[in-house]
Design a protein around this ligand. Sequence first.
Ligand code: SF4
Length: 296
Amino acid sequence: LESLESGGISLYVHIPFCEKKCGYCDFYSLVPLSSPIVENFLTQLRFHINYAQMLFDSHHVKVNTLYFGGGTPSLISPRQWDHLLNCIQSSFTFHSAVSPLQQISIEANPESLTREHLDVWQDRGVGRISLGLQSMNNRCLTSLDRLASRESNLKALKLISSHWRGTWSADLLSSIPGRCWREEEKDLIELLGFNPPHVSYYHLILEEGTPFFEKHKEEELPSENWQRGKDLLLKEGYRWEEVSNFALPGYEGLHNQAYWELKSYLGLGPGAHSTLLYNHEKSPNLIGKRWEAQKI
Ligand code: SF4
């Protein structure tokens, strides 16, 4: 930690809850959602935040970026976010060299994002939302087993456009089985109509062990679509930041950049990993160990 004093650190917090498992996803998450488990998780998380705070304070380490990923972080209620972000803000000192828009980011799914979330996030200093759309097409969303629909995606995009003062990013999936380039292009063009400062445009990967893999393992994915989508994004003024990420100039995702630049980060939560490994008798499960579902 001593070596981080001047450079600062990034934090990742895994919020491990989903309302339903998407057919292609092999991330660790608990389904279905249960209130006592969420409350218990948040209590444990606050304990871990306090421990990280003591460690950082004693080594004068500042936080550059903090990213809440999932799971589905927008399943946490606005009231619970208010408490959690209050705890974060009173625990960590953020590096003044990092723009407030980039310091705290939260992933959200369209079907659970509300105006109240945006209000609390704005009040508590969140600068960036990452919206998991994946597609704007109901047939594709159904084939992916997403809970969201085209309608809920549009509603979330309109909500962000009208009420969000920070910056934001949207995720779209490329190479969904059975989809031609024209349909994928429609998704991109519709999204770009909302002027997202950043777009994460991912190749769909068939992950072994998922229902999606079993259903499509014999098929060839239309992977050539991604290159055409990339060309479209570049033509529209986005810069290719890294592998799947595209940003308008000045809106690059600083948190992700820290991973690519092999900078130090600390992960909290059951599916998070870290470059820092440390242990403490008072915090035996803090790092490098998967939190047991029944203990959350
Ligand atoms: S919402 Fe995200 S984390 Fe949850 S199952 Fe779907 S893709 Fe996986």
